[in-house]
Each structure stands twice: as structure tokens, then as C-alpha cells.
Design a protein around this ligand. Sequence first.
Ligand code: MN
Ligand code: MN
Length: 319
Amino acid sequence: MEKILHQPLGGNEMPRFGGIATMLRLPHITAPEQLDTLDVGFVGIPLDIGTSLRSGTRFGPRQLRTESVMIRPYNMATGAAPFDSLSVADIGDVPINTFNLLDAVAIIEREYDRILGHNIIPLTLGGDHTLTLPILRAMHKKYGKVGLIHVDAHADVGDHMFGEKIAHGTTFRRAREEGLLDCDRVVQIGLRAQGYTAEDFDWSRQQGWRVVQAEECWHKSLAPLMEEVRERVGGGPVYLSFDIDGIDPAWAPGTGTPEVGGLTTIQGLEIVRGCLGLDLVGCDLVEVSPPYDTTGNTSLLGANLLYEMLCVLPGVKYR
Ligand code: MN
Ligand code: MN
């Protein structure tokens, strides 16, 4: 089949509040022969049984789609025209087992093996942060060790949660132990608040990772930081994992484990836009919990960050 440059449904073809909710009002594509023609796929993972405090991220993918309806094709700030060169679609949700986290993790890995088998760059709508581990496992099979840009209030490097080795707060320790990451090319941004011990963030530093605590980001543009980040993580495949709680709860309250003193919406945009030029092989936006998102602003920001991720993928045309 020929590659088709799918376009978001325009606001004059169907009202923005009408029609079936897909990410960016793109077509929903699932047929294998059509998946082969795609460059990029938005994938939902309605997972929340890996959370430790407030739940609700199972509703994240649907709400991100709902809040994506205002997003128009052309990026007026950066000049990106993603739909002029890339074939993009919403490829639906992963049918997780919501009664068994380990089985859900196995299902996610299988689904990403399949998606990567179609040579699709996945942009994932979470879902809690547990889901990044099986995605990284699938990425490792295709690309080997990847670099990582991880935006989060938390390091997510706990050894266990309530005795469980897999949960949303252990993801990056497991990824490290399993050899999925290129430790010279890992950066964590936005970490803050309190630890169980005073050394909590040092485990990451001991792996050779660059840790940028939130305080290092306060009161300034992150464009210079992203120059350093590109320098550090470039030179190989990179995965971007963006936990919405990296952003301050003033802008993104709809999440399960909020922490004060976080990044601004503008800094979030600077981080994603600062990834331009990297060999991004996949991105996720996790931990949006619609029951706590009473204004819809958290989902709206999440949807926009996913659009910005699309805009910095390899092969995007700039006007
Ligand atoms: Mn996280
Ligand atoms: Mn977090």
C-alpha cells in the first residue's frame, strides 16, 4: 500500500466537539497492511493499577484525545508541519489486563513488539508510568540500548513498592538493571520534593545519569539546558518519557502524585521543542488522571505536549 499523509479532520468539516474522538482528529487505523504505511502512531494505554496514591490514569488516553480536538496541523511557534511529511494516525489502545499488572506489562511489551515491527514510531498516551518499562523492553529488542530523557517530579528508581518489583515508581531502576538504557545518555529533569532517604536521587547519579532537580530549573528558560541535554543524549536512539507531574500542579493538577515547586507549562514546551534533532524512537506522556483534572487543563497540556513530540520527530518538515 502507498503511504498516505493523513490530515487531522478540520473544524469546518465536523464541529470540533463532534465525531469520534481520536488523537488530533486523525483516522483510527488498525489493519496490518495500513499500519505498514504509517510513520507515527498515537497509542493509548489505559493503565492505572501500577499507581501508588491517587488512581484514575486508566481514563487518561480518552481524555487526552478529547482535549486534543483544538490542536491544528501547523506549529505556529516552531514552523513544524508534521502532517506534510509524516504519515500519522491513532492506532488505538492496548487491551491491558486491568486485574493483573504483570500480565498487563507482558501484553504491552507484545503490542509494542508488533507496533515496532510495522516500523511505527509510537507516541504513547498513558496510563501510569509502569507502562514505560515494557515499552523500553520492546525498544531494546529493536534498537539496543537507548538514551533517555525522563521528565518527572520523581526519579522512579525505587527498588520495590510494597514488595512489588514492578510499579510506577520502579520503572527506571528495572530498565537500568535489565540493561535497556545507555547510561551515558540518560537525563532526568524536574525531580523534587522529599525522599525516603537523603540519598534518594544519588542512585541515579551513581548510574552516570544527569539529574536536573526542579530547583535548577526555577526562574529561567530551559533552552540552554536542552542544548546540554542534546549534547549528552545525541549520537544514538533516544526515548522521551514525560510524566505530567514534572509540571507544577498549578498547571497540571490532574495527576496521582502531585508535588509543588515544579516546572511551568512553558518549560515543558521548551523541553520537548529542545529535543529537535535527536533520533527519537518513541515518546510517552503519562500519569494524566482525569478524575483529578476538574478543568481539563492537565489533559489539554498533555495533548499539546504529545503534539509537540510529534513535531520534533525525525523527518518532520519545517516551513
Ligand atoms: Mn513517573
Ligand atoms: Mn511522577
